[in-house]
Design a binder for this molecule. Structure first.
Ligand code: GTP
Ligand code: MG
Length: 202
């Protein structure tokens, strides 16, 4: 699918004030600094549509972007950023979990994981929570450009081995780099194939 247009719509702290759920929606989530905003920009081919930063904790609200006037991409705040005060962390947590549990047009959640890291408890616990709540998700490894080919394959291989210890079936996996535009076509094709199912759930 060709992404022709991408426009910022609105930022919200509450799912209740998000745009009416009349179009298919896909949201990006993951630890702070994993590259959510950057991957959205790479997909849409727009350098500064979603705000990125070297400092973790840049995205703090639920940000809606409309793509091709047909579907929404959503940039969510990162979780697990230790420097955010506890009270604010709890607020973030509520904002995100309420959004995930109540957003009826959410077709699939993209859970981003840095390709360089070993499985982290926070990501694993989060994905188990998604499975328990029946929230559809896929996994996206990010920053693939930061590793050599062999190292990347090795890391992802051992990540899968580790996950198989607690998962009967692994979620679908994408390997991406926002920097080198790796995996963006695969993600937009995945979205294109899922979009027609939207009618069936409303
Ligand atoms: P928060 O909004 O703070 O949760 O972060 P985020 O997950 O949206 O991360 P963001 O896209 O802001 O990127 C964080 C940093 O990682 C920035 O300095 C990006 O330039 C860098 N980055 C993101 N994606 C890639 C990538 O694919 N390759 C490389 N080399 N750097 C990346
Ligand atoms: Mg961000």
């Amino acid at each position: 699918m060709k992404i022709k247009t991408g426009e910022f719509v609105i930022s919200n702290a509450d799912y209740k004030t998000c745009p009416a759920p009349r179009m298919a929606e896909y949201a990006f989530i993951g630890r702070s600094n994993v590259g959510k905003s950057s991957l959205i920009n790479a997909l849409v081919n727009h350098k500064n549509l979603a705000k990125t930063s070297r400092r973790p904790g840049k995205t703090q609200l639920i940000n809606h972007f409309i793509i091709n006037n047909e579907w929404y991409l959503v940039d969510l705040p990162g979780f697990g950023y230790a420097k955010v005060p506890k009270a604010i962390r709890a607020e973030f947590h509520d904002m995100i979990s309420e959004y995930l549990l109540n957003r009826t047009n959410l077709m699939c959640l993209f859970v981003l994981i840095d390709a360089r890291h070993k499985p982290q408890a926070i990501d694993q616990e989060f994905m188990h929570w998604l499975a328990e709540k029946g929230i559809a998700f896929v996994m996206v490894f990010t920053k693939a450009d930061k590793l050599g080919k062999v190292e990347l394959a090795k890391n992802i291989g051992s990540y899968k081995v580790e996950m198989k210890k607690t998962w009967d079936e692994l979620p679908q996996i994408f390997i991406t780099s926002a920097e080198k535009k790796i995996g963006t076509t695969e993600i937009s094709t995945f979205i294109k194939n899922l979009n027609p199912q939207f009618k069936e759930i409303i």
